[in-house]
Design a protein. Structure first.
Length: 392
């Protein structure tokens, strides 16, 4: 990382050093591009034993993290593979997935957000073709014919041929560029917490579609598991406010005491769930990635996987660009937009439809959707196709 001047010009400016933005920066390491990475604050030194932000990383994105050199440095003792997944409907429907039956080593890896964030952060700090502006907050953004200029609150200016918005669902860059986003609130929160379990989870992920929402248990190393309960605001706030023992009893009962008694490891926290679709993900001298480009219901576990694939594809498009071509040319950036449009649309549509399908409704629809789950469970070619798509 080089010493920065007050007047700086770059090829690519990435705003936001979360998982998507940092992975894009690392994916462009060794390229011909000069990169600026702007972030409001460095990753906090969290003293909690486990991060409540747990992600299910697909094998396709494990390969991406391997390619950029990050995966091998992650602490394996804080990661757990998923060998099986069991999905239960609200009226007896069941759907099971197995890595062994699908001929793969694992369906996903479960790990903490901060584990990946810290490794990517340490990598970008050492990256030779990157300047890190942190702490730094954007104040004004201007797009010109031959480039873009970002003014920071501290008075520094950054010029670049391409600006990449990787600053989250409420993206400042997206808003400053005039790209409108369509929001669909779910009127739900995702309640997250980690627990120690009495019984072994056997590296099985479980998901229940309940009258109170969608409950997921994800295996962590040893006897630990992570919970995500997507549920209406009132119930979510009730869960977060429960004393530790009462929360453990409520969560254990909701999962049919599958893992026996639970002990709270990290306090419960809730975050609002929304569906977000921007009008477009590229414009002249601008590309959106990660949550700035899409927000999705967490029931599929694909949020971070979409972000990593955004970073992978955009990095490939930029690396493949001939040296004489302008990396901020919208005609070139449309290759990225086209490559990411189908998967993002399908996953947003699928999770949105599933969430609506399993809302409490009449008994006839409930019986039909659960029968559909059980039927799918016996259609092995269809199940294998679903697994192969999820694996990437």
């Amino acid at each position: 990382m080089r010493t920065m001047n007050h007047s700086s010009k770059y090829d690519i400016l990435i705003v936001g050093a979360g998982l998507a933005g940092a992975s894009l920066a690392v994916a462009l390491s060794g390229s011909r591009y000069r990169i600026a990475l702007v972030e409001g604050r460095s990753p906090a030194g969290d003293t909690a034993p486990w991060d409540a932000r747990i992600y299910a990383v697909s094998p396709a994105n494990v390969r991406f993290l391997e390619q950029i050199g990050a995966w091998k440095h992650l602490d394996g003792s804080r990661m757990a593979p998923v060998y099986d997944m069991e999905v239960c409907g609200d009226r007896g429907g069941k759907l099971n997935f197995s890595a062994f039956d699908s001929g793969v080593e694992e369906l996903a890896w479960i790990l903490e957000g901060r584990l990946m964030q810290r490794e990517l952060w340490e990598t970008v700090k050492r990256q030779a073709n990157l300047d890190l502006f942190c702490p730094a907050r954007p104040e004004a953004l201007q797009f010109l014919e031959d480039g873009a200029r970002l003014e920071l609150e501290d008075g520094r200016g950054i010029e670049a041929s391409l600006v990449v918005a990787a600053d989250g669902a409420d993206s400042w860059v997206r808003n400053a560029s005039g790209i409108q986003a369509r929001w669909t609130p779910y009127h739900e929160k995702g309640v997250v917490a980690n627990f120690a379990c009495e019984l072994p989870h056997r590296n099985t992920a479980c998901q229940w579609f309940l009258d109170s929402g969608v409950l997921a248990w994800l295996p962590l190393p040893g006897n630990l598991m992570s919970m995500v309960w997507s549920t209406p605001f009132e119930h979510a706030d009730e869960l977060v406010a429960l004393p530790a023992q009462a929360l453990c009893e409520r969560v254990a009962a909701a999962g049919d005491h599958r893992l026996g008694k639970l002990e709270l490891v990290t306090p419960a926290a809730g975050f609002a769930l929304r569906l977000m679709r921007p009008g477009r993900t590229v414009a002249p001298r601008l590309a959106l990635i990660g949550d700035a480009a899409h927000a999705i219901h967490p029931l599929s576990g694909h949020g971070i996987n979409l972000g990593f694939q955004d970073a992978r594809v955009l990095a490939e498009v930029l690396r493949d660009l001939p040296a004489h071509r302008d990396c901020g040319d919208e005609r070139e950036l449309r290759r990225y937009q086209r490559a990411r449009a189908e998967e993002t649309f399908l996953l947003q549509a699928a999770t949105h439809s599933l969430r609506r399908l399993f809302q409490p409704t009449d008994r006839v629809l409930g019986s039909l959707r659960n029968a559909g789950m059980s039927l799918t469970n016996h259609l092995h070619p269809l199940k294998d196709l679903m697994v192969r798509y999820a694996l990437g």
